[in-house]
Design a protein around this ligand. Structure first.
Ligand SMILES: Cc1cc2nc3c(=O)[nH]c(=O)nc-3n(C[C@H](O)[C@H](O)[C@H](O)COP(=O)(O)O)c2cc1C
Length: 394
């Protein structure tokens, strides 16, 4: 086995592309419609610049902070992703890597591993839910996450069930039975190391959602759960308040793009929000969250914790987000590429890339702590920021 270390997230992505069956790789790449939001999430960070100092730099740089009461060694946490079949150790490997690097883990309710195993691997786990099923089933899912020891709840609202992609959507089977394996075989055979990992682990990806088990403990298949979610009428703000009251602990609302929604989130008593367009997987042409962040952080940043996710691939991106008002960021595809490339070690590698990049950027900016970052630390071109929903409510 050669050296599995990679120096940037882009390299991890190349490895993931070589290693994963085409349909799994495309499911991770995701995006919707024309992919405008997906591309803007990445492009927007490149439009922001730095202006480094060369002397009076700080020898010690501080990157620790807290998110929803959890101490984290760097301002980067794992975003929940309902992704299956990437690696046999799945979210447990991600949780171990996050724990090894002193940070928190978001676990999707569509994940492949049970919340109990993930919290055992990393007690700083926030469980993520969508608004789906009956209130009774949501209470059951929340109670299970709470008894497992989840440190907070993430509720994700920005999803519209739009799946058309100009570059085509991958075929994903309902279950990996013999028929599905036969159909996937050509992809699997050209990706022997991925198949070998699963063969060594003694099982094939089973594409079930153990955290959405019913009262009899039966876990639905991924698409069964997805169908149930699709059939659930969307929630009102009162519904989200109900969820927050049921949970009673740290509560993060993920998927905010507008100032008025951020204000409503404050009104219902959330602990935190994440400015996000679901990694470009919600309505296409929603601007990159980094463009929307200054308006939202300016409106509610002194009342709740404001996080950001979408497009983070480097430590410098993290610093830009913090300078424009985020307390911390969540990463999605970056760690998925690492997981696909080399399991737990690959996710640790990605977190090390983030930590190293944050540290060298702070050094270049002459800044001794992430807590001292501000808008003066980045060069924001004219017309960069976007603000939606900033007019007063009637
Ligand atoms: C393949 C994939 C699956 C995702 N699944 C979920 C999910 O189950 N729950 C959720 O809240 N967000 C989900 N997301 C969104 C991520 O949590 C996050 O918002 C997004 O990936 C951030 O953008 P980035 O990938 O550019 O870092 C998913 C994203 C991807 C790419």
């Amino acid at each position: 086995m050669g050296n599995r270390w990679f120096e940037t997230v882009a390299h991890a992505q190349l490895r993931a592309r070589k290693r994963l069956p085409k349909s799994v790789y495309k499911a991770l790449l995701a995006g919707t419609e024309a992919g405008v939001s997906y591309r803007d999430n990445l492009a927007a960070f490149r439009e922001l610049g730095f202006a480094p100092h060369v002397a009076d730099l700080s020898a010690d740089r501080q990157t620790a902070t807290t998110v929803m009461g959890q101490e984290i060694a760097l301002p980067v946490i794992i975003s929940p992703t309902g992704v299956q079949a990437v690696h046999p150790d799945g979210e447990v490997a991600v949780a171990r890597a996050a724990a090894a690097r002193g940070t928190a883990m978001g676990l999707s309710s569509f994940a492949s591993k049970p919340v109990e195993e993930v919290v055992a691997a990393n007690p700083k786990t926030f469980f993520q839910m969508y608004w789906m099923g009956s209130k009774d089933s949501m209470i059951r899912t929340m109670e299970r996450a709470r008894s497992a020891g989840a440190a907070g709840l993430i509720v994700t609202l920005d999803w519209t069930f739009s799946h058309g992609r100009d570059w085509g959507s991958p075929w994903i089977p309902e279950r990996l039975d013999l028929k599905a394996m036969a159909k996937l075989a050509p992809q699997g055979l050209t990706r022997p190391s991925w198949l070998l990992d699963y063969a060594r682990s003694g099982s094939l990806p089973d594409l079930t959602t153990p955290n959405l088990a019913d009262e009899d403990g039966v876990a639905p298949a991924f698409f069964g759960a997805y169908g149930q979610w699709m059939g659930t009428p969307p929630p009102s703000w009162d519904d989200i308040r109900w969820m927050r009251d049921e949970w009673q602990g740290p509560f993060l609302l993920k998927g905010i793009s507008r100032v008025d929604d951020a204000r409503r989130a404050v009104d219902i008593g959330v602990t935190a929000i994440s400015v996000s367009n679901h990694g470009g997987n919600n309505l296409d042409t929603v601007p990159a969250p980094i463009r929307l962040l200054p308006g939202i952080a300016g409106a509610v940043g002194d009342q709740i914790e404001v996080l950001l996710d979408g497009g983070i691939r480097r430590g410098g991106d993290v610093v830009k987000a913090l300078a424009l008002g985020a307390r911390a960021v969540l990463i999605g595809r970056a760690y998925l590429w690492g997981l696909a490339a080399s399991g737990q070690a690959g996710v640790e590698n990605v977190l090390d890339i983030m930590a190293g990049g944050i540290d060298s950027t702070l050094r270049g900016l002459g800044c001794s702590s992430i807590h001292d970052l501000g808008p003066d630390d980045v060069l924001v071109p004219d017309g960069f920021t976007r603000t939606a929903g900033a007019t007063e409510r009637g």
